[in-house]
Design a protein around this ligand. Sequence first.
Ligand code: M6R
Length: 364
Amino acid sequence: GKGNFRHFMEKELHEHPVVIGDVLHRMIDATTRMPVLPALPFNLARVPRITFSACGSAYYAGLTGKFWLESLSRLPMDADVASEFRYRAPPLPEGGLGLLVSQSGETADTLAALRYMRAEGQKILTILNVPESTMARESDAMLETMAGPEIGVASTKAFTAQLTVMAVFALAVARARGSLADAEIARLCDALLEIPAKAAEILASEAQIRRLAPRIAEAADVLYLGRGACFPIALEGALKLKETSYIHAEGYAAGELKHGPIALIDKSVPVIAICPSGPLFEKTASNLQEVAARGGQVIVFSDAAGAAKLQGIAAETLILPEIDPFAAPILYAIPVQMLAYHVAVMKGTDVDQPRNLAKSVTVE
Ligand code: M6R
């Protein structure tokens, strides 16, 4: 049941800290602070390329993972939405690894992508929440998210569990390939281990997120901006707002704004910036300056240091706990989803069962 919560989505949002903590507990050795994977029937040090495919939020989890994997392990990873992937008949390398991410393990397009990869001779690795699913049966190896049943049509805890598995997987690949020193891998594991407590802090300050909802609820269009590993979190924010509150929203790479979408900006368009402190902060800040200069309402999601730097241009600021840039996308997914939830409640939509949608999309 829903316990004391109004909706399954709300209940599942509140499970983020526990679900993320469980993944980390299973996948990081507490004494060595090193990633641990189950025995795999392929050698991560030898794989020449990863080909990834998924749909919706699961695709965004993989896109974030691509950023981590390529930058940390130098292993190339292709990413396509599953409904497009097989139609471009991509050539896949000998000895390559196919990677699929799915909560249900039943999504028709993702399953078809898996079968295409297998027919092209790839080994198949899946990241799944339902270990008895069709995709699980057709995998060579599986990394379980173990987020527990997710009832709300909008994916919440399964998404952060997928991100967490992807983050540890990227570190494991980096270790297998010797692209990072053990001390650096341990430091990044420590950064991940800080997420559950900080996620709980965010949930405890839910009122700060709810306070942003009226401004979003009255908008006809909302833009989400992010860079690097936070770009897919901007995409996730836009998807979650669309599906739960029926408000038009788009996620953009912050630097892409000036190539077209900036023409949309006026005072009626809220622009939500996912911009934790880190190497990409200053670049995003200058993109936000451009938005503010055109009268856009900039809503900043950052830590105290980042928020202070953007004080002059932000219409609203949500201050989040300070976190290493590597772990930030996982933490920032939480307020992004929670804002969509509160806007949907305010709009009075059917939060757990939005119109026209199904939890598991088993037609192509
Ligand atoms: O079960 P799957 O993870 O394969 O589902 C993929 C998408 O259908 C799913 O993530 C969808 O986009 C969600 N409703 C997003 O909240």
